[in-house]
Design a protein around this ligand. Sequence first.
Ligand code: ADP
Length: 479
Amino acid sequence: MTGAATVLIGGERLPVEATLPVHDPSTGEPFATIARGGPGEVDAAVQAARAAFDRDWRHRTARDRARLLRALAERLRADAEQLAALETRDTGKPLGQARTDVEVAAQLLDFSADTVQALHGEVIPATVPDVTVMAQREPHGVTAHITPWNYPLPMVARTAGPALATGNCCVVKPAEDASLTTLRLAEIALEVGFPPGALNVVPGLGGEAGAALAAHPNIDHLSFTGSVRTGKLVARAAAENAVPVALELGGKSPNLVFADADLERAVPAIVSSILAHAGQTCSAGSRLLVERAVYDRVVDEVRERFAAVRIGPGADDADLGPLINARQRDSVAAAVAAAAGDARVVTGGRVPAGLERGYFYEPTLLDRVTPDAPIAQEEVFGPVLVALPFDDAREAIAVANGTAYGLVTGVWTRDLDRALWLAREAQSGTVYVNLFGGGPEMPFGGVRQSGHGREKGFEALRAFTRVKTVAVRAAGQEG
Ligand code: ADP
């Protein structure tokens, strides 16, 4: 067993008596412990963040903050192998995907650093004489970040990165299933020169450390990424303190494939959109809507690719690793079993033979379901894809929009008129045409049950600042 069970508060690693075991999802074996932080640690972290904000961080220039964010990104790249190995052990994700996570996190930090110096307010023409009106952008103060276990480093970079860039100090509550790289990132931040208290990390259970952070009366902004159910709980807690909340929740994102699409490009992208990190991605492309003329061909090509996937431990860098824990694997298996009575299981639908100790599940393709079936409506958060045929663009977009979610819509067509019409009609925060997935410059977030607020891009800098209006009357100088 390795790993010290600590919280990182005010620049110090402090031991906590209560601990939680950390399991390797590829084997089910415990290999480390993390701190089980509670209200006391959360309160200390919020105080440390407040002190760092008041005394130091808010007084720094954007250029200085950007310099530190770049240094952090560079250290992530330099330590990429160790970080990726740790992430693979903690989350089960294939090593190559963990390496990508480190690079994505570094790019997100770089993007905040590159853009924050261009963030500025406005001078507004006044309606009364001799008055200058300035809308200045200022940080919220202490920002709270409750993050999920699926992409720990990108998620912390995506929310704490722009928060720090714009002058906030952060308290992060990583997910109990995957806290190790977040703690390491915060240590590296100290090593590259971030002031103590700028970035604090309190691991622990959602119902304890998470709930305490969401309800803390001295935070100024709350970012949450996770399930719809928990998102509503934390939003309720924040509402008690009248604190602004950004929610990045789940999805049931569709890929719409038209007969004129470049299928050689579309099919591999669609497969990786659902199989990346075993489907445990909020923006996973979990519904495949295909124009009837090419339906059989596309379903067959996806089936072939699913059947060829190498499944194995994350450290072996297979194509598909395990799910995060036994509960998640069982919930995926239950969703498929419930659907299988009516649907056709084209491929998959089982725990792979010989891998029963870890939390593995086969890539699974289902069809012959109606758009309103639970498997076509509810987020499974596993390597499970549902295929549905359509006859025209109107039907396609009606089905695409016909869930409670609205995170991403993927469109595959060579017809630009049709693509732009679908982009107008799509009820989602993002529309990708002939690609699926985006860089740090693209604002990201949902509508409806997928949440609200935008991460990434310049929007993230706006989200972590608020406007202060400063109006100054200066007497005219006669003569
Ligand atoms: P999942 O059910 O897939 O683990 P959650 O939405 O519950 O997803 O978890 C996302 C994050 O929210 C994690 O960091 C988790 O610890 C935290 N969390 C869970 N329950 C609560 C809660 N009641 N209050 C605050 N945070 C919570």
